[in-house]
Design a protein around this ligand. Structure first.
Ligand code: GLN
Length: 534
């Protein structure tokens, strides 16, 4: 941390799911547009050491960083909204802090002292927060959970102490809470927000800026009331109205004056932000010239929250073509044995990542439909693995082709563990995680789409293409257009002669942003658009 690094702490109150992550990302975008170098830290109060093993239904998507950390999905928002590139240390869970403190205790490094939440756990948190500040002007630290949760207390105590440690001009607190409209009373209610701020103040933190999550703009009188009760100036009461696209939020917050309020309070001297590129993308999103329909085939219940980055990458692919991407979620279990009627009329079919055998046959069915009906197909991770199975079964005649994950006894396991992985698999810890290089074959769809001959993409999977079947599958027409530099890992497959049929073993969605749509999503949406206008 440099001496000048400033910290903004974002806490949430009243209830969860108020968009704290996207608000933090938007604040980052505004400060970056003012010329500051920023970074982020997400503090998660739960006791899991990382979110990798958490149920996606409870926790949402697991976001993977370049260095292979399985992190909270808010890191995805931060990377999509700003230029900050995040690593494992940009997400800290209470579980990890306790793990470190307990290890230190076992190593005898506390010299026999009684090890306590204050100061040992809080010191661990503070040390980590301060370590994020290297090479940045400002760090935005989002505290997960809701003020009042027992688990959040050590984090809140640590950030409270930091203002005294670092000085008043170095630290700013933002609190976001709900200001609901009550139709029976015909007015918005400020009481929940007042209570939440009171709770925060009772642990010693007085917020400098209040973000009011609402479904409408707040009148001056309402803002004045919140200002009075929460002890902030009126200009520091900011409305975060519901938006139709998350990418409108930086402009909305700017109009509400948030970056001015931050700059003034932290004594930052910068010009007004240039938001023209945000204006351009939101104009495209709001009023696109075209639209396409993409079917996303997966386990229904997981389809929305657990595919956050994927949904965003499709939006980005659309921006590149002035196109709205309408996604219909198709439950793969319902496709098993059916005639794929729910897929007719779509312009593209996407089979995303997934785990476990449930619904796999439906995905394979959908891929066959896309191949035979010549509908653009994009398979990501598990989606690519299912495409390999489909091609092995129906083009190579290997009727028993499968993945070890789906059927460990299958006669032809075209997707399998690597030989040395099998032993490690029994003890866990076999995921291939993070960025790996991939070489593209000249002239392939992949190389034409990327316009490059080598790329690096992020991974999160256990099984791999089984190279023992390489020749058989190539004879059937499959092209392995992306492989690891040593040739041992297959990263991209495609089928020439089809309008657009590509599967990748990695997760391209983690590297897509609205300003730089990922080439594969741009290519896929482009192919879907060509299909739509046929
Ligand atoms: N379940 C598959 C594997 O572990 C695919 C994982 C994924 O789609 N991310 O290899």
């Amino acid at each position: 941390m440099s001496r000048e690094t400033k910290f903004i702490f974002v806490t949430g109150g009243v209830m969860s799911s108020l968009g704290k992550g996207i608000s933090s990302a938007s604040i980052g975008a505004l400060l970056e547009a003012r010329g500051l170098r920023i970074s982020f830290l997400k503090l998660d109060p739960y006791l899991n050491v990382d979110p990798g093993t958490m149920n996606p239904l409870q926790h949402g998507e697991v976001y993977v960083t370049e260095d292979g950390a399985e992190t909270d999905l808010d890191l995805g928002h931060y990377e999509r909204f700003t230029r900050a590139r995040l690593r494992s240390r940009n997400n800290l869970t209470a579980g990890r802090v306790y793990e470190q403190v307990l290890q230190k205790e076992r190593d005898g490094r506390y010299l026999g002292a009684t090890v306590q939440v204050i100061p040992h756990v809080t010191d661990g948190i503070k040390e980590h927060i301060r370590s994020i500040g290297d090479d940045t002007d400002l760090v935005i630290v989002e505290v997960g959970g809701t003020v009042g949760d027992i688990e959040s207390l050590p984090f809140l105590e640590a950030i409270r102490q930091l203002r005294a440690d670092l000085g008043r001009e170095q630290v700013l607190y933002i609190h976001i809470g709900l200001v609901p409209y009550l139709s029976s009373a015909g007015e918005v209610k400020t009481k929940p927000m007042q209570h939440s701020v009171k709770e925060l103040r009772s642990i010693g933190i007085s917020p400098d800026i209040i973000l009011c999550r609402t479904d409408r703009f707040l009148e001056r009188s309402v803002k004045a009331k919140i200002a009075l009760f929460c002890d902030v100036p009126e200009e520091a009461v900011i409305t975060v109205r519901d938006v139709s696209s998350i990418y409108e939020l930086p402009q909305l917050l700017n109009k509400e004056g948030i970056d001015d309020a931050i700059a003034e309070r932290l004594n930052i001297w910068t010009g007004r932000p240039d938001l023209s590129r945000w204006e351009e993308i939101t104009a495209t999103i709001q009023d696109p010239g075209h639209s396409v329909r993409i079917a996303m085939v997966g386990k229904y219940v997981e389809l929305t929250e657990s595919y956050k980055s994927l949904n965003e990458a499709l939006v980005h692919g659309g921006i590149a073509h002035d196109t709205r991407v309408e996604v219909s979620y198709v439950d793969s279990e319902k496709l098993e044995g059916s005639a794929c009627e729910s897929l007719s009329g779509v312009d593209g079919i996407l089979v995303p990542h997934g785990f476990g055998p449930r619904g796999a046959e439906g995905k394979i069915h959908a891929i066959r439909f896309a191949r035979e009906k010549r509908i653009p197909f994009f398979g990501i991770c598990y989606g690519m693995q299912c495409a390999v199975i489909e091609i092995a079964r129906h083009l190579s005649g290997l009727q028993g082709a499968n993945s070890t994950e789906i059927d460990p006894e299958a006669p032809d396991r075209v997707i399998d563990f690597l030989p040395d992985q099998r032993e490690r698999a029994e003890t866990g810890g076999t995921m291939r995680l993070g960025a790996y290089p991939c070489r593209l074959s000249a002239g392939s769809l992949a190389a034409r789409t990327y316009q490059k001959d080598e790329v690096s993409e992020r991974h999160r999977h256990r099984y791999e293409f089984n190279l023992g079947y390489r020749e058989t599958l190539e004879q059937a027409g499959l092209v392995l257009s992306g492989v690891s530099p040593d040739g041992c890992l297959v990263e991209i497959i495609e089928l020439p002669g089809h309008p657009w049929f590509l599967g990748c073993q990695f997760h391209p969605e983690f590297k897509s942003t609205p300003f730089a749509p990922h080439p594969l999503f741009r290519g896929f949406v482009g192919a879907a658009l060509a299909q739509a206008s046929d």
